[in-house]
Design a protein around this ligand. Structure first.
Ligand SMILES: [Zn+2]
Ligand SMILES: [Zn+2]
Length: 376
């Protein structure tokens, strides 16, 4: 590695499940394979999955503690794997990149990597973000709540020149996940999508993506601050307070809006469920018209209860959506830059990560990001 690099770095480490992070000096990670690059982290965004992992509820758990979380970050490449003859990368030191959690060292041999051709998850070069052998930065292995991180050149993407690391980091999981979920809905322009949890980290991006993709959009939330955030975006989407409006009434209104006779049979063509809440799931299901798609992004510990009648009599499909391929990551970044997607975030210094987590639990919407350029 380059001689100018330090031997140690500051990192926020998880020393035990259910405990706050501890700021420690740890050895600098070292690229160990031909696809590996060392990135100087400039922004690291907090995701709900970081909380799930820190509570010891993630499956699989990280291989060892202490562990460095964060699977959505951005920074600058500072070094390659040290053997030049076996480097396999389009990137060079100085390049600004965004880093998602998946897929670090995908195997390239399993069925997922080789046999699956799912366009949302599969990449050219025969690897998949669903590869069971792959590791995940910030989940199974160390991630971005640190000054440096080792990444796989195949999992990352160059940042558009108009985008700062603080803007890009939240797109690496939240942006990619909601963008891919919308792709999985396979809607036609003019069709309707309901985004349940519209003022949250994923939701507020989803509102903007869905409108720019040409869909009619209904954003649903059930708390004051996220509703205010969704309204303040002024996207033109209809924002619904689920505490005050009933899904059945909205379905009737959508039918009238479209001039349909059978108003009770109208509704949205796809509903994307973001909160870990049965009420959110039920609201989304009730908004869907027959043959609609219910796209599930969250994974509450005890699952969701669904009505078999919705599946059988109304032909609702339930579709899960994780993140997206590297191809999808690049498409999402380009789309975000062209359409000037606004990432609503608040920043904290690395040493204030525990305060960021406290703030997260207030549930005020948008994204919370560690900005490495902040000292306090
Ligand atoms: Zn995430
Ligand atoms: Zn594989």
């Amino acid at each position: 590695m380059a001689a100018s690099l330090p031997k140690t770095m500051l990192a926020q480490v998880l020393v035990d499940f259910g405990k706050p992070y501890e700021l420690r000096s740890v050895p600098l990670p070292v690229p160990s394979g031909p696809h590996d690059l060392l990135v100087k982290v400039e922004a690291a965004s907090y995701c709900h999955t970081d909380y799930v992992l820190a509570q010891g509820q993630m499956f699989p758990l990280p291989k060892q503690l202490p562990h460095i979380g964060c699977h959505e970050f951005a920074g600058t490449i500072v070094a390659h794997f040290e053997n030049p003859s076996s480097r396999a990368s389009e990137f060079k030191p100085g390049d600004k990149v965004g880093v998602p959690g998946r897929a670090f060292h995908a195997c390239g041999r399993c069925f997922e990597c080789h046999g699956s051709k799912d366009p949302v998850a599969h990449d050219d070069g025969n690897y998949s973000v669903h590869c069971l052998e792959a590791e995940n930065n910030g989940l199974s292995r160390d991630g971005g709540f640190a000054e440096y991180a080792v990444v796989d050149a195949r999992q990352i993407a160059p940042l558009p020149s108009s985008m700062t690391p603080v803007e890009a980091a939240p797109l690496m999981c939240a942006g990619l996940t909601i963008f891919s979920a919308l792709k999985r809905a396979k809607l036609q322009a003019g069709e309707r999508v309901g985004i349940i949890g519209a003022g949250g980290g994923l939701g507020h991006l989803g509102l903007q993506y869905a409108l720019k993709m040409g869909y009619k959009v209904l954003g649903v939330d059930a708390a004051d601050a996220p509703l205010a955030l969704a309204n303040d975006l002024n996207t033109g989407a209809r924002i619904v307070d689920a505490r005050r409006e009933k899904a059945a009434d909205i379905v009737q209104q959508l039918g009238l809006e479209d001039g349909k006779k059978y108003t009770a049979e109208m509704g949205v063509d796809a509903a994307i469920i973001l909160p870990e809440s049965q009420l959110a799931f039920d609201f989304g299901m009730a908004l869907l018209k027959a043959h609609g798609k219910c796209i599930i992004v969250s994974f509450p510990e005890h699952g969701f209860h669904f009505s078999a009648r919705d599946i059988v009599f109304r032909d609702i499909s339930i579709i899960g959506s994780l993140v997206g391929s590297n191809k999808m990551l690049r498409e999402m970044l380009a789309f975000s830059a062209v359409h000037r997607i606004q990432v609503i975030s608040r920043t904290f210094s690395l040493c204030r990560l525990n305060e960021l987590v406290e703030e997260y639990h207030k549930g005020e919407g948008g994204k919370l990001v560690v900005d490495m350029s902040r000292n306090q």
